[in-house]
Design a protein around this ligand. Structure first.
Ligand code: SAH
Ligand code: SF4
Length: 423
């Protein structure tokens, strides 16, 4: 949205700091390293800012919802002209105007989100791709997992109206978009604020009926999941056979301390019902290693759950203590070296599960939506198959944005290599 507004002002994009007149950092607070990365980038801009008095630097996003990082930016990077958070993005032009008038860094961070404002999209110039788009269905989160900063930086759950979402998808489809990914912190809690428990399955069905070619969604929360979502996935060919269902840990004791509202068994029940109903669906997950107090036995339970669930891939993270969250106050006596060693063991297991699955795809034919051309080789193009697996082929860049059949020839841990088939 901000990118769109800047383009409307007539700005042109560059990735080179030294050529820019306006630099905006949009920040993520989910783990500490993202915050440190921001300070590193601001450090790089500092040198340029000293010689370029007209340079405008703004910092926004989740990290700025916290008091300490805002203080840090003001103390260490006084050349920053504007700081704002996640709750007043709608007022971006006003913020810009006020900060230009101000003599010092202009800070406007709101603790409460403003009411949802639907602005009818007039064009797609703010979107980074011409073929695939993210569509927000809900903002915020009510879950308060004890390690997570999102409920504090993004506020309570607010769902968009179904008609607005469907209209946005239709709008994108008319402009040639082939894939939408429905986004929310817990997509399957969608509509609970309207009092409708099955709203996500209904929404997914309504989006499927728009006829857009590919639909993905992320992220569902295990205890809000209901089989009606499987019914819709089974019924509509344009809902992709992929489910990303974060498990976080395989140990009931840890899940409880994380305030995740399901047990290992409940998680596995969903997996079994998925495998039975939709055997072709790819299942991926998120896992945190080294949560405060995690023992070797707890960790073994995580490994064994991965084997039982036979994940096709996973994002794995080492616990990062976020200030203000309950987990940051829990006793954590596991040495970092042990956490890293567990992380490596988990990664090895996940990699071997993904490799196994990738191998089984050799000689199959997959439909790939091509999205990128290699920087090194203009004839090497890449895209994703229906399951969300990355596929590379030798092909003409004019195929970008098209869905084509590909025969898989080779498998690697994170990608497949194939050849284009004639249609
Ligand atoms: N709402 C989604 C995920 C949002 S954040 C869900 O509940 O599943 C994406 C992932 O980041 C989480 O699934 C979790 O695995 C990881 N994560 C969040 N906070 C973290 C922290 N403090 N340390 C390490 N990983 C974290
Ligand atoms: Fe964070 Fe997801 Fe838990 Fe919400 S459900 S608190 S976003 S991990």
């Amino acid at each position: 949205m901000i990118r769109h507004r800047l383009l409307l002002l007539g700005m042109k994009e560059t990735e080179d700091f030294s050529k820019a007149d306006f630099i905006l950092f949009n920040t993520c607070a989910i783990r500490e390293n993202a915050e440190n990365h921001l300070y590193g980038e601001l450090g790089q801009v500092k040198g340029i800012a000293l010689t370029r008095k007209d340079l405008f630097v703004a910092v926004c996003g989740c990290v700025m919802q916290e008091e300490k990082p805002v203080r840090y930016v003001l103390d260490h990077f006084p050349f920053v002209s504007l700081v704002f958070g996640t709750n007043n993005i709608d007022a971006f032009y006003v913020l810009l105007e006020e900060s230009i008038k101000a003599h010092a860094t202009y800070v406007d961070v709101r603790s409460q989100p403003t009411a949802l404002v639907e602005s009818q999209e007039e064009d797609t110039s703010g979107r980074t791709s011409r073929y695939t788009a993210f569509v927000d269905i809900a903002y915020g989160c009510n879950k308060f997992c004890t390690y997570c900063i999102v409920p504090y930086t993004r506020g309570k759950e607010r769902s968009r109206r179904k008609e607005d979402i469907v209209n946005e998808v239709l709008f994108l489809k008319e402009r040639g978009y082939r894939q939408v990914t429905l986004l929310g912190q817990n997509v399957d809690s969608y509509g609970k604020d309207f009092g409708d428990k099955y709203a996500f399955a209904d929404l997914l069905e309504a989006v499927a009926q728009t006829g857009i070619e590919r639909i993905r969604f992320t992220t569902p929360y295990p205890s809000d999941f209901n089989d009606k979502v499987f019914d819709v996935m089974a019924k509509y060919d344009n809902v992709m056979p992929a489910l990303h269902l974060p498990m976080q840990s395989g140990s009931d004791a840890i899940l409880k301390r994380m305030n995740r509202r399901y047990t290992r068994k409940e998680y596995l029940d969903i997996v079994h019902s998925l495998r039975k109903r939709l055997p072709d669906v790819y299942l991926t997950t998120d896992i945190i290693v080294g949560f405060p107090g995690e023992t070797e036995e707890d960790f073994q339970e995580t490994l064994s759950l991965c084997k039982e669930a036979r994940f096709d891939g996973a994002f794995t993270f080492i616990f990062s203590s976020r200030p203000g969250t309950p987990a940051s106050r829990m006793k954590d006596d596991t040495p970092d070296s042990v956490k890293h060693e567990r992380f490596d063991r988990l990664k090895d297991l996940i990699d071997s599960l993904s490799e196994e699955k990738a191998k089984s795809m050799v000689d199959t034919v997959q439909e790939v939506l091509f999205e990128t051309v290699s920087r090194r080789d203009q004839n090497r193009i890449s895209g994703y198959d229906r399951h969300g697996k990355l596929v590379h082929v030798t092909g003409d860049p004019s195929l970008i944005g098209q869905i084509r059949k590909v025969k898989i020839l080779e498998s690697h841990t994170y990608s497949l290599v194939g050849e284009l088939l004639d249609d």
